[in-house]
Ligand binder design. Sequence first.
Ligand SMILES: CC(=O)N[C@H]1[C@@H](OP(=O)(O)OP(=O)(O)OC[C@H]2O[C@@H](n3ccc(=O)[nH]c3=O)[C@H](O)[C@@H]2O)O[C@H](CO)[C@@H](O)[C@@H]1O[C@H](C)C(=O)N[C@@H](C)C(=O)N[C@H](CCC(=O)O)C(=O)O
Ligand SMILES: Nc1ncnc2c1ncn2[C@@H]1O[C@H](COP(=O)(O)OP(=O)(O)OP(=O)(O)O)[C@@H](O)[C@H]1O
Ligand SMILES: N[C@H](CCC[C@H](N)C(=O)O)C(=O)O
Ligand SMILES: [Mg+2]
Length: 486
Amino acid sequence: MLLRDILYKVSIRSVSGSTDVEVKDIQIDSRKVQPGTLFIAIKGVAADGHQFIEKAIESGAVAVISEAQITAREGVTMLQVENSSAAAGYTASNFFGQPSSKMKLVGVTGTNGKTTIATLLYKLFTALGYKCGLLSTVDNHIGDKVVPATHTTPDPISLNGLLREMLHEGCTHVFMEVSSHAVAQHRTNGLEFDGGLFSNITHDHLDYHKTFDEYIRVKKAFFDGLSSSAFAISNADDKRGEVMLQNTNAKKYFYSLKTLADFKGKIIENGLAGLVMNVNDQEVHFRLIGEFNAYNLLAVYGAAICMGEDKHEVLRCLSVLTGAEGRFDYMLSAKERVIAIVDYAHTPDALLNVLATIKKLKRGFEQVITVVGCGGDRDKTKRPIMAEVAIEHSDKVVFTSDNPRSEDPAQIIKDMEDGLPPAARRKYLSIADRKEAIKTAISLAGKEDIILIAGKGHEKYQEIKGVRNHFDDKEVVREMFELLDK
Ligand SMILES: CC(=O)N[C@H]1[C@@H](OP(=O)(O)OP(=O)(O)OC[C@H]2O[C@@H](n3ccc(=O)[nH]c3=O)[C@H](O)[C@@H]2O)O[C@H](CO)[C@@H](O)[C@@H]1O[C@H](C)C(=O)N[C@@H](C)C(=O)N[C@H](CCC(=O)O)C(=O)O
Ligand SMILES: Nc1ncnc2c1ncn2[C@@H]1O[C@H](COP(=O)(O)OP(=O)(O)OP(=O)(O)O)[C@@H](O)[C@H]1O
Ligand SMILES: N[C@H](CCC[C@H](N)C(=O)O)C(=O)O
Ligand SMILES: [Mg+2]
């Protein structure tokens, strides 16, 4: 492909060299550059891609996009742009033939619920007979084929590469999570969305976005970028639900459990067997559990209606679907009838929602024992809040490690404990070893007690000092339940 054809929509400041040069590959990482590559230098959090321009040229880059002042280079086309992250989004989309414009693409954003909503949409549209793609935290799907996920929203090159593969494989619909990091880093620039969904916004990622206002602004930017032919669906019951769609050109719709809305739900029953809900005056039984999933289901229903699907068929298919792995994953020991719930709640709001759901499911006498930790190298301010939520809504708590990453696990637990009142002391134990923590919680449980194991959901690893060791909450529970049932 010629360089000039890849530059569509890129805001260029100056050029040295020819844009008629043939480009064979495109990379944002100098370590992946091969002869014939266009290298885009991005200023990141940990490093600055501009420092690797020489290395990229040595490896055979034929063109370089950067934000730096240009110095002419023999045989290499140098381009200066306003924003190289934005340029990476546009050029990646152009290089892969703008695959997003040839399929129906729907993006889901919000603090909690993205994976659940995107996965339900993928399952729903597959059940409706379409070949679909999914880009999610748990994994990516190209029709039936599963591709491991490294991010919630991949970098623009992997992202457009996956979209092109989906198009080649005959996918007509793609559902993807759009994280706030992705919007801030312009990973989705150049994509043509047919629709956007907003779940909710609560405390998370303040390490990255610094203030809650900035976090809101970034999420809103996704809707601001939608075209007038797209639809935008928001949660009317979220405090920021209306603001999200304030400046979008897309057609606006709202869902709600509390007020009048385009997609209105009313919960009739909410138990371990699922939800019974009135959806726009039609009563439906769903297998998903908890009020938060009632919201997720309404968002999915709304998107399907906006995409022209028949409402009866949509509700019929949705009623039999299960959610994403590691979201309210429910296990039962045969003899003692102890319940273990593995859930990906890793924000204060998600933890509160899951514990509130468990409270509603209780018949009265059961104890709730929560095992929870917080991720290292992530927002530290959520640590004491999550600890407080766990203590307030559980009978017993075992604080433990999540993914400590580069941090000291004991210090993370200390950050969690720090905000707790002295009276909380009698309610909790702290055991840094996650396997031991889960085992202890299970050994503390009596007949029919409920154990919530929060934070890691589907994850099959634990990251300690840069190394990902195999770890699976559900595997540990199964092991312990076998012993319990012997
Ligand atoms: C904080 C963050 O978002 N970091 C992402 C960011 O990396 P960065 O800014 O640190 O990049 P960097 O290491 O400073 O390097 C800057 C540039 O120099 C390049 N480089 C670097 C070294 C070298 O030798 N040569 C070279 O060219 C890098 O390729 C990069 O382009 O850009 C990278 C490329 O796109 C991402 O892989 C990386 O994700 C890291 C691994 C990460 O953990 N991200 C998490 C926080 C994240 O993105 N999470 C969200 C979900 C969050 C949620 O909603 O819960 C997600 O979408 O997954
Ligand atoms: N609509 C919702 N509102 C509040 N909490 C929710 C909602 N849906 C799910 N949750 C809770 O949040 C957790 C994460 O859900 P999910 O994985 O769907 O969110 P996500 O937005 O994809 O998260 P991530 O940002 O890590 O990708 C769930 O395990 C559950 O505890
Ligand atoms: N997408 C989220 C996932 C957090 C999951 C939790 N287990 C943790 O490691 O903090 C993040 O990267 O912040
Ligand atoms: Mg997700």
